[in-house]
Design a protein around this ligand. Structure first.
Ligand code: PMP
Length: 389
């Protein structure tokens, strides 16, 4: 045996991670308590202490989602994996599904559903708008899908989609409702059981303030019935809720090994949920709304224009502003990062090149950080307006 690849010189240098203020659409900065928790010793993935922490995380997610669903857990994945797990479990080849496309997340969901063999139908509206109930009901009545997917917090456009009435509406058409709340949970209300949502998922790295890598998700009894009625197994082992649910002790049976949970991330999410529970849902939402109001007032004072025209449709967690005419958003973004180590982002999907996105999530949703972001943005705009050679 011969060493044919040299030791990489880069790994012989110390690890370098700068301190940045993440005021983009996610991830957000983790509270120190979360970072500390992740430095605690690694436990085995079936050790009783680890299982107790999984139970605590499950209870935290049930509180955050306002659900009593037994099949509630965190999938070891980023937000995309929540979407993947929903599609993988609920779709059988040939099923008709209806996807609401009002930004990139509907597009992604449609792409995923196609890969599971669904007959994918979409309803579409321009970026920056939200669906009215009439349009959704027309889609359900025309396509008669088994599943309807919609994103509550469209982080690519900055839209808050109303979803309170959707569960009832979908169930009238014998259709399951899947909601993506990756960018919205904790920033706006979402009551899973009361609103009859069948699958709800979020990401750990947004309002909750844990690092990316675990996607809280919950399935209603209706969704479980659909999984139980499958004639072929879930095509991806990793997303199979019947096995994963047993690892998380959701079905009252002894735990089984499904995969090795990223225990350090689990500790981080446990502490993030503990902070969320200590604050309480309503206070957390109110804080995000108060910060968004301050941000929006400040942006107006800077003469900036909102991408989302209707004020009530603006998402508190992700604000989109039109790139001022004649300015390059990259110059603004670079200035903020280079001068202040502060992240603001450009657009995504249908808003690329059109907007600047500012995130207010979790630990970063404070008036001080809003004021700092406004100050940096003001300077960055002045800088971008100067002639560049
Ligand atoms: N859905 C929404 C609404 C999101 O904002 C994001 C992340 N920006 C995702 C899904 C995907 O999450 P992740 O990047 O963690 O996979």
């Amino acid at each position: 045996m011969h060493i044919q690849v040299d030791r990489p010189a880069t790994l012989l240098k110390p690890l370098f991670v700068p301190q940045k203020l993440l005021m983009g659409p996610g991830p957000s900065n983790c509270p120190p308590r979360v970072l500390h928790a992740m430095s605690l010793p690694v436990l085995g993935h079936l050790h009783p202490e680890c299982c107790s922490i999984m139970d605590e995380v499950k209870a935290g997610i049930q509180y955050a989602f306002q659900t009593k669903n037994a099949l509630t857990l965190a999938v070891s994945t980023s937000g995309h994996g929540g979407m993947e797990a929903s599609m993988s479990n609920l779709i059988e080849s040939g099923n008709t599904v209806l996807i609401a496309v009002h930004g990139i997340w509907g597009q992604r969901a449609a792409n995923m559903a196609q890969r599971y063999g669904a007959d994918v139908r979409t309803i579409n509206i321009p970026a920056g708008e939200y669906f009215c109930m009439k349009a959704i009901e027309a889609g359900l009545s025309q396509h008669r899908p088994v599943l309807f997917f919609i994103t509550q917090g469209e982080s690519s456009t900055g839209v808050h989609q109303p979803i309170e009435q959707l569960g009832l509406l979908c169930h009238k058409y014998n259709c399951l409702l899947v909601v993506d709340a990756v960018a919205s949970l904790g920033g706006v209300p979402v009551y899973m059981d009361e609103w009859e949502i069948d699958v709800l998922y979020t990401g750990s790295q947004k309002v909750l303030g844990a690092p990316p890598g675990l996607a809280p998700i919950s399935f209603s009894p209706r969704a479980i019935a659909k999984i139980e009625s499958r004639t072929i197994p879930v095509p991806v082992f990793y997303w199979d809720m019947k096995i994963l649910g047993d690892y998380w002790a959701c079905f009252g049976k002894p735990r089984v090994y499904h995969h090795t949970i990223p225990v350090s991330l689990l500790y981080g999410l446990r502490e993030a949920l503990a902070i969320f529970v200590e604050e309480g849902i309503n206070k957390c939402i109110a804080r995000h709304q108060m910060c968004a109001k301050r941000l929006h007032n400040g942006l107006e004072k800077l003469g900036l224009e909102f991408f989302v025209e209707k004020e009530e449709a603006r998402l508190p967690t992700v604000t989109t502003i039109k790139v001022p005419r004649g300015l390059d958003w990259r110059v603004i973004q670079k200035y903020a990062m280079k001068t202040y180590c502060l992240e603001i982002s450009g657009g995504l999907g249908p808003t690329v090149g059109k907007v600047i996105r500012i995130g207010l999530m979790g630990y970063n949703a404070t008036l001080e950080k809003v004021d700092l972001t406004l100050k940096v943005l003001q300077e960055a705009l002045l800088h971008a307006r100067r002639p560049h050679t």
